[in-house]
Design a protein around this ligand. Structure first.
Ligand code: SF4
Ligand code: SF4
Length: 650
């Protein structure tokens, strides 16, 4: 059979088999719910080019990121050789000469062919010898086969080039590696006539290895070769702290059936490479809870692929355990590290919404939600006690409902009611008074912001709380809102605008920094003591608040010794997403205790600095549980500033 006919048959067969292997995910995407992800296409394109070209997230894990980059660049360089082989199969003499086929392009192919071989070796060593824990649960056989296929593609092309050089069918000048291999063939006794035969066999070996690679991909985790770019392109461009509202147009509360996931969700599932970076970053997984964001994505993918009709019975509680969903703190660490920009948290919350709708929630959580419904706070305290902390200040705190203020302080539940956090609230009020800030509070009109209520999945209660707060705020005359609570900050800044409440919202660390920089707060020289700082998830990852706390620590004259997991890589205290209202069943090590041990390992830091009332509560409890009060004390940044502030001029 002539070569074009054989090639045509092989290509058609490969397309058919590849389509068959990928059919379940393709069908799932076609039947999935809609998602609006076509806006701002140029911004999306620019981001994809930067993200993929620079391998930004991948290179945050330097070793594996480096060999992935080597393989990526290697195959880009090798692509013209693959195109040439297929083209020449149909059109004898086909060449990419106009773009440098036998010159620099040939040199690149030779050099990057070696790069691929080295990188594949490193990848195999990494996976099978170093065996990082993040691969636990990933499919090793899949990776092995891909390594073999990659080597087959490169070695067959080298063999083809070397034998063609020997046979005089290809110039050798720009192909140093292939030429060296040709010399080896000659030294082994291969004649030019033999080389011609070897070249033909190597050609078909190359074609077959490329097509096998192509056929294998749709049924393997390496389908990301095709899906990574679209998945990154279609990532959410909405505010990162705003959850999507339930698709009311479809009368849907949460996700109870697989076909209620959107096509972007299915693309997410198809794209996961099982790299395990999300698993390594997950506080719930580290705590021994039944949640690994990687396994969750893999399980969802299996469910979608197994259920071709996509509408069969509930998968919640079966393929996906309820405990898995309730373990999430919504800390976003998984989404921050995922090189494919897979969106775990919205999927978890959408499934939780269904559990709440079906009243499948634990007793503690139910109590907290009932308290919130009844009293506007999770502790069930009477609303009139919300402003009780102002009583002993020695000065009056304005009621922002009754008189205009510059700064409206949205205090939050823990900062209002919990004695450990209340102490910081009082200290901050004194600092604001020293600085002459015109501030006031909503007093008993303030309700929980609803941030964590929404993440628990109780959308109705979130709407109730948010609407009540917005109504109270609308009755006040203020310029900006300040809060010490990053969870409230997130709701007020990122979620209330969609409900008609659009405000300038500051974290207290931002306001304190402004007051110091403008000279309204004057500080004495600090003690030079070494401290470490914990980035709260909802201040850092969700709202980018990394610099103000660090600047304040420096201004207060303390020296910061960072923990390894800091800034975007911060490790959650375990309280977010409503976990603070859950129970500790099944927890091997609380995330807060894991974090305190990390701080203790620094050796020189005696203060563990926080910037969130919930962190104050969680870490104070963790230090006590570990009985290390003599080695580490938990302080808010407010405490640091208070320790060095000059008293107000009389
Ligand atoms: S948001 Fe945090 S707790 Fe939830 S799956 Fe991701 S890393 Fe784990
Ligand atoms: S979800 Fe992302 S980070 Fe997690 S295993 Fe999959 S590709 Fe890796």
């Amino acid at each position: 059979m002539p070569r074009p006919a054989v090639l045509t048959v092989l290509i058609l067969a490969a397309l058919l088999v590849a389509g068959y292997r990928g059919r379940k995910l393709i069908m799932a995407a076609m039947r999935a719910a809609p998602a609006k992800r076509w806006d701002r296409p140029w911004e999306r394109l620019g981001f994809v080019i930067r993200e993929v070209g620079q391998h930004r997230r991948l290179l945050k894990v330097r070793f594996s990121g480096s060999f992935h980059l080597m393989i990526f660049c290697g195959f880009l360089a090798l692509l013209p050789a693959i195109i040439t082989d297929f083209g020449a199969g149909f059109f004898p003499g086909f060449s990419l000469r106009p773009i440098g086929g036998n010159t620099w392009l040939a040199l690149l192919q030779d050099l990057f062919g070696v790069v691929i071989i080295i990188a594949t070796g490193l990848a195999a060593w990494h996976r099978f010898v170093l065996r990082p824990a993040r691969f636990t649960g990933s499919k090793a056989g899949d990776a092995t086969l891909i390594y073999v296929l990659m080597l087959a593609v490169v070695l067959s092309v080298f063999t083809e080039f070397a034998s063609r050089i020997m046979a005089g069918e290809m110039p050798s000048g720009w192909r140093p590696i292939s030429s060296a291999l040709a010399d080896v063939f000659a030294a082994a006794g291969l004649s030019p006539a033999d080389a011609r035969v070897v070249a033909i066999w190597a050609y078909w070996a190359h074609i077959l290895s490329v097509l096998t690679f192509f056929v294998y991909i749709p049924g393997s985790k390496h389908r990301h070769i095709f899906t990574a770019i679209p998945n990154i392109f279609f990532r959410s461009l909405g505010p990162r702290g705003a959850l999507p509202a339930p698709p009311a147009a479809r009368g849907q509360i949460g996700i109870s059936r697989l076909d209620q996931f959107s096509w972007k969700d299915v693309l997410d599932l198809a794209s996961c490479t099982e790299c395990g970076r999300c698993q390594a970053a997950c506080p719930a997984y580290a705590a021994g809870q039944p949640l690994s964001p990687k396994l969750l994505i893999m399980d969802l993918r299996e469910s979608v692929m197994a259920d071709q009709r996509l509408a069969a019975g509930p998968f919640l509680g079966n393929a996906i355990r309820e405990e898995t969903l309730w373990s999430c703190t919504t800390c976003r660490a998984c989404m921050e590290v995922c090189p494919l920009h897979i969106e775990h948290v919205p999927k978890i919350v959408e499934m939780r919404r269904q559990l709440v709708e079906d009243a499948r929630i634990g007793a503690n959580l139910q109590d907290a939600l009932s308290n919130l419904q009844r009293s506007g706070n999770s502790m069930g305290k009477p609303a009139r006690q919300r402003a009780r902390w102002t009583k002993d200040l020695g000065f009056k705190v304005k009621d922002a409902r009754k008189e205009p203020v510059d700064v409206l302080w949205f205090v939050g539940d823990y900062a209002s009611f919990d004695p450990r956090a209340q102490r910081v609230t009082i200290a901050l009020a004194r600092l604001l008074n020293i600085a002459g800030v015109d501030f006031g509070i909503l007093a008993d009109a303030e309700q929980n912001s609803g941030n964590d209520v929404r993440r628990v999945g109780d959308e109705g209660l979130f709407q109730l709380l948010a609407t009540s707060n917005i109504e109270a705020l609308q009755g006040c005359d203020f310029r900006r809102i300040m809060t010490t609570d990053p969870h409230s900050l997130n709701a007020l800044r990122q979620e209330y605008p969609a409900l008609g409440g659009d405000y300038m919202v500051l974290h207290h660390t931002e306001l304190l920094l402004k007051l110091i920089e403008s000279g309204r707060l004057r500080l004495k020289p600090g003690p030079g003591e070494v401290v470490t700082y914990h980035d709260p998830c909802y201040l850092g990852r969700y709202n980018g608040g990394y610099d103000a706390p660090r600047a304040l620590i420096a201004k207060a004259g303390y020296r910061l010794h960072e923990m390894g997991r800091c800034r975007e890589g911060s490790f959650c205290c375990g309280a977010g997403g409503g976990r603070i209202w859950g129970d500790d069943t099944g927890i091997v090590e609380r995330p807060s205790e894991n974090r305190i041990k990390e701080a203790l390992a620094l050796k020189d830091a005696r203060l563990f600095v926080v910037a969130c009332p919930k962190d104050m509560v969680m870490y104070t409890a963790a230090v006590q549980a570990l009985a290390v009060e003599d080695r580490l004390a938990v302080r808010d940044i407010v405490d640091l500033i208070e320790s060095v502030v000059e008293p107000a001029a009389a």
